[in-house]
Design a protein around this ligand. Structure first.
Ligand code: ADP
Length: 214
């Protein structure tokens, strides 16, 4: 039997706010044979592989952010970069362009392989770093704040104070919901989340097929 190939997959961004369920939704997409690319992993990869970026990070934050073997000390970098807004901006301006370049590279490889009907980018900061135009569709995973707080506490042991600080750095989820093409409400069980995600997946698959006919 000949394998089906997908010449023109839909590029889908999945985003949300901390604890809203974005990673869980992306796991479902992965189970359904979509290519899922994680933006944070691409940022880490950029720092590990790009010598020029390493050089610029050392100049900005000090050479002690890398140990003798050249391995990044992530907690020290985080401590220095999240000290204040200006330092955070410096880190983002160095890392984000390289992260986006790596995302595009992997996206193109997945597109070229013809193996995937949908290519999903798992990225918390789509709107914060203004890359929304990269996507054919954006899915926002929404959940009430108390549930988000509780889920993150159970997931990472994060305190209410740490959670509040993280939330304040992100664009309010209500805003992202307004801009989204699809919203997945995650205020029920994991099984309900799977079902709501499946509906969005089916809608995206219909869009991919109609794109193919055009
Ligand atoms: P995000 O990636 O948006 O920060 P996650 O997908 O990691 O959020 O979800 C946060 C935590 O809550 C995870 O431990 C996840 O397993 C759990 N979780 C997410 N949605 C539900 C749900 N509907 N019911 C129970 N637990 C959930």
């Amino acid at each position: 039997m000949r394998k089906q190939t997908y010449k023109d997959p839909l590029i889908v961004g999945v985003t949300g706010g901390i604890g809203s369920g974005q990673s869980t939704v992306c796991k479902f997409f992965e189970e359904w044979k979509c290519k899922v690319i994680n933006a944070d992993a691409k940022a880490k990869e950029a720092i590990q592989r790009n010598r020029q970026l390493q050089y610029e990070l050392k100049k900005t934050f000090g050479s002690d952010i890398f140990n003798k073997n050249g391995k990044l000390n992530t907690s020290l970098l985080a401590e220095k970069a999240f000290r204040n807004e200006l330092e955070t901006l410096k880190l983002n301006q160095l890392v984000h362009p390289r992260m986006v370049a790596n995302l595009i590279d992997e996206m193109e490889q997945a597109r070229f392989s013809g193996r995937y009907p949908l290519i999903v980018i798992d990225a918390a900061l789509i709107y914060e770093i203004s890359i929304e135009k990269m996507f054919d569709a954006i899915v926002v995973v929404n959940a009430p704040m108390p549930l988000r707080r509780q889920r993150v506490r159970e997931r990472d042991g994060m305190s209410a104070k740490q959670f509040k600080e993280r939330v304040e750095k992100q664009i309010p989820l209500e805003e992202k919901v307004k801009w989204a093409d699809y919203v997945i409400e995650n205020d029920g069980t994991l099984d309900e989340l799977r079902q709501s995600t499946k509906k969005v997946y089916d809608a995206l698959m219909r869009k991919t097929r109609s794109k193919k006919r055009n």
